[in-house]
Design a protein around this ligand. Structure first.
Ligand code: AHR
Length: 345
């Protein structure tokens, strides 16, 4: 029955789609209720477009929640500002959407607007990052990565690498170029490194935010080099910042690689989405990448399907992720009794 409705609604939408030829079939705003009443209307508040990971995630969501799959997607880009996302969610509530999908920039400050969504009986699905609210019934479910686990895999790799090369823990002088402060990805990845540094006796020199962007990664790395002359490991909380940091290191005359007891600086990072970072990983400029999977569109589609069928999906839905490296020294790592084989990017 829904399939027939979808086909009928798609035919109705055909002139609109053809008129928009050459541009995305997903409109920033779609208030044309008459054309879309048979589709499931989803308001998606994406936090921004700060990284390649984010752009791939947006594309995945737009493809899965397109008209061909039975959805009328209203997409809003929050430009990395929580205030814009709150405005978008309020607009979705006013429009009476069927579902709100929220990729929150930061964890705090969502109680009021999520209470408004609940009062309006609109289910909220969180994607990628989380919100820090006492009342978990303010959202239906979440799907995304275990960011602290990603960090545990990365630091297990670093520990194994240094042990295989007989590098003592106190000889690791690490800086952390963090993601956007207060985001789930930053909190998990920063915590994972801080814990590992304390447990292993590594020298964690500094933690500075690079906001998940290449430009800020470059800028922050330049400033860190001025403040510290012994940095030999750069832990970047995403690949875009790693690309910027490598540029800053090379511009300052540093060699990037694994020979850290002989002047080279080791760069490690997260994501594994962007082709340049994967190429850097194959070349050894990035020594290890902990995968962060952005393809959440079909996962959110399945969650909506379950809710439509009256089911109660799992509250927290984690995505399986791996570890990429071309450095021979480490073939696998074990974290929390699970073994992860190191793969080629
Ligand atoms: O929340 C996921 C993180 O956000 C990705 O690692 C990063 O690239 C993005 O901006």
């Amino acid at each position: 029955m829904r399939k027939i409705a979808v086909i009928a609604a798609t035919l109705l939408l055909l002139p609109v789609l053809l008129a928009g030829c050459g541009s995305s079939a997903v409109k920033e705003e779609n208030t044309d209720k008459a054309d879309t009443k048979e589709l499931i209307t989803v308001g998606f508040s994406q936090l921004g477009a700060e990284s390649d990971w984010r752009n791939t995630n947006t594309q995945s969501m737009q493809e899965a929640l397109g008209t061909g799959n039975g959805f009328n997607l209203i997409y809003k880009n929050g430009q990395q500002k929580q205030a814009n996302q709150i405005t978008a969610v309020r607009m979705f509530i006013q429009q009476g959407v069927d579902y709100i999908v929220l990729a929150p920039a930061t964890e705090e400050g969502w109680e009021s607007v999520l209470t408004e969504a609940r009062d309006a009986d609109i289910p909220v699905i969180l994607v990628d990052r989380r919100v820090d609210v006492a009342d978990k019934s303010l959202y239906s479910c979440w799907v995304g990565s275990d960011f602290e686990l990603e960090s545990k895999k990365m630091t297990a790799w670093l520990k194994a690498f240094t042990e295989r090369r007989n590098i003592s823990p106190e000889n690791l002088h690490i800086v952390n170029i963090q993601g956007s402060l207060g985001s789930t990805a930053q909190i998990g990845r920063t915590r994972g490194l801080a814990n590992a540094a304390r447990e292993n006796g590594w020298d964690l020199l500094a933690e500075v935010s690079g906001d998940f962007t290449e430009n800020k990664g470059r800028e922050v790395m330049g400033a860190l080099l001025k403040g510290h002359d012994n940095i030999n490991v750069v832990y970047c909380e995403n690949d875009n910042m790693a690309i910027g940091a490598i540029d800053a290191l090379e511009s300052a005359g540093k060699r990037v690689g694994q020979n850290i007891m002989n002047g080279e600086v080791m760069v490690v990072s997260f994501d594994g989405v962007n082709e340049q970072s994967r190429e850097y990983c194959r070349e050894g400029k990035i020594s290890c990448i902990a995968e962060c999977n952005p393809l959440h569109g079909p996962r959110v589609e399945a969650l909506i399907e379950a809710l439509e069928n009256g089911e109660t999906p799992e509250k927290f839905n984690y995505v399986d992720e791996g570890l990429f490296s071309c450095v021979d020294a480490v073939k696998n790592v074990v974290v929390d009794d699970t073994e992860y084989t190191v793969q080629e990017p």
